[in-house]
Design a binder for this molecule. Structure first.
Ligand code: NAP
Ligand code: ZN
Ligand code: ZN
Length: 351
C-alpha cells in the first residue's frame, strides 16, 4: 500500500516523555479523506495510554483523539466531503459496520471492537493506529464529522471526545427538565458535562474536590456546588440526585458519591481510573440504585452533539499550547491545574 511520512509527537515507552517522531500514513484510498490537522485536544486518556496505565499500549504511542482540521485530499468515492471542508475526528476511525451495535449506529460498542484513533489495530497498514498529535491523518469518510461553522475551531476540538462522552450518557439516561443531575470531577469531560446538562434543561449540581472550581462552576452553568472533601456538605446532599455522571480519572471512593443518589438513581462512570474501584453492595441495595458505564458515542450521535453545540453555542474552555509543551501539560493535568482542556495548536509541529 502506498504511504507517506508525517511529523508526530509520541511516547516510545511508558516511562518516557513524548518527543518528535516520524510516522507513516496511508495514501488516501477511494473512501478516505486526508486532513491537515489544525488543533488537537489533550484528553486524560492520552496520558493513561502513553503511560500504559490501562495496559496493552503499543509503542510508539501517538495520542490525540480530539482532532479538528481541514480536508486537503479526498478519495474517488468520497461524496460527503470536499477539499477545504473543516472537519473533526474523534476516538474511532472504523468498526466492523456489520454487527448489531454497528447497525444500530453504536459503533463504539462494535462487537468486534471499534478501531480506536490511536493504539488501535490499523487494518490498512497492519500496525497500531496513530492519533492526532501529528501533522496529518487519513480517515474513512464514514468516521469524519462536520464542525458547525459558528464554533471556534480550537475550542470545538474537545467536543470530539469530552463532548460526546458526556452528551451520550446524559441523553441515554434522559437528563432534562425536572432532573437533578450531579457531575463529578470538573476536568475536560466534567466541564463539558456541566455545560451540556444545563443546555438540556437539567438542574446541575457540580461535585468537585477543588475549592478553586467552586466559584467558577456557576459560570459553567452549575445551579449548586458540593465540595466533596467537606463531609457536612456531602451528608446534607444525601438522596438528592436522579443521575450522576462520574468523570474522575483517579482513585476515589465511589460509595460516597452513590450516597448522593435518590431511590432508583443511576451513577454512570465515564472516568476510567487505572485501578478497580471498590463498591459496597449496601451502597446500591437499600435504594435500588444502579451503577453503569458509558463509552464515547456513535458517529451519528457525535454529529447530533456537534449540531446541538452549534445551536447552543457550546464549546470547551481551552488553554492553547504548542506541541513542545505537551509533557508539562501532562504534569499539570495530573495536578488538576487546567481550566479545563489543553488544546495543541498543531501549527507548532509543522514549523
Ligand atoms: P481531567 O481533565 O484530568 O479531569 C479529571 C477530573 O477528575 C479532575 O479535574 C478532578 O476534578 C477529578 N479528580 C482527579 N483526581 C481525583 C481524585 N483523586 N478524587 C476525586 N476527583 C478527582 O480528565 P478528563 O480528560 O476529563 O478524563 C476523565 C476520565 O475519563 C479519564 O479517566 C479518561 O480516561 C476518561 N475518559 C473516558 C471516556 C469514555 O468513553 N468513557 C472518554 C474520554 C475520557 P475536580 O477538581 O473537580 O475534583
Ligand atoms: Zn478522550
Ligand atoms: Zn461492529
Amino acid at each position: 500500500m502506498s504511504t507517506f511520512t508525517v511529523k508526530a509527537f509520541g511516547a516510545e515507552a511508558a516511562d518516557s516523555d513524548l518527543k518528535q517522531l516520524a510516522i507513516v500514513r496511508r495514501t488516501v484510498t477511494s473512501n478516505d479523506v486526508e486532513i491537515d490537522i489544525l488543533f488537537c485536544g489533550v484528553c486524560h486518556s492520552d496520558l493513561h495510554t502513553a503511560r500504559n496505565e490501562w495496559h496493552g499500549s503499543i509503542y510508539p504511542v501517538v495520542p490525540g483523539h480530539e482532532i479538528v482540521g481541514r480536508i486537503i485530499q479526498v478519495g474517488d468515492n468520497v461524496d460527503r466531503f470536499k477539499v477545504g471542508d473543516i472537519v473533526g475526528v474523534g476516538c474511532m476511525v472504523d468498526s466492523c459496520r456489520e454487527c448489531e451495535s454497528c447497525r444500530d449506529g453504536l459503533e463504539q460498542y462494535c462487537e468486534k471492537g471499534n478501531i480506536q484513533t490511536y493504539n488501535g489495530q490499523d487494518v490498512h497498514l497492519n500496525k497500531q493506529t496513530f492519533g492526532g498529535y501529528s501533522e496529518r491523518i487519513v480517515v474513512d469518510e464514514s468516521f469524519v464529522l462536520r464542525i458547525p461553522e459558528n464554533l471556534d475551531l480550537a475550542a470545538a476540538a474537545p467536543l470530539l471526545c469530552a463532548g460526546i462522552t458526556t452528551y451520550s450518557p446524559l441523553k441515554h439516561w434522559n437528563v432534562g427538565p425536572g432532573k437533578r443531575v450531579g457531575i463529578v470531577g470538573i476536568g475536560g469531560l466534567g466541564h463539558m458535562g456541566v455545560k451540556l446538562a444545563k443546555a438540556m434543561g437539567a438542574h446541575v449540581v457540580v461535585i468537585t474536590t477543588s475549592a478553586s472550581k467552586v466559584e467558577d462552576a456557576r459560570r459553567l452553568g452549575a445551579d449548586e456546588i458540593i465540595l466533596s472533601t467537606d463531609e457536612i456538605q456531602m451528608q446534607a446532599n444525601a438522596n438528592s440526585l436522579h443521575f450522576i455522571l462520574d468523570c474522575v480519572s483517579a482513585a476515589h471512593d465511589i460509595n460516597s458519591y452513590l450516597s448522593l443518589l435518590k431511590r432508583d438513581g443511576s451513577l454512570t462512570l465515564v472516568g476510567a481510573p487505572e485501578h478497580p474501584l471498590p463498591v459496597a453492595a449496601f451502597s446500591l441495595i437499600p435504594s435500588r440504585k444502579t451503577l453503569a458505564g458509558s463509552m464515547i458515542g456513535g458517529i451519528k450521535e457525535t454529529q447530533e452533539m456537534l449540531d446541538f453545540c452549534g445551536e447552543h453555542n457550546i464549546t470547551s474552555d481551552v488553554e492553547l499550547i504548542s506541541m513542545e509543551e505537551i509533557n508539562d501539560a501532562y504534569e499539570r493535568l495530573l495536578k488538576g491545574d487546567i481550566k479545563y482542556r489543553f488544546v495543541i495548536d498543531m501549527a507548532s509541529l509543522k514549523n
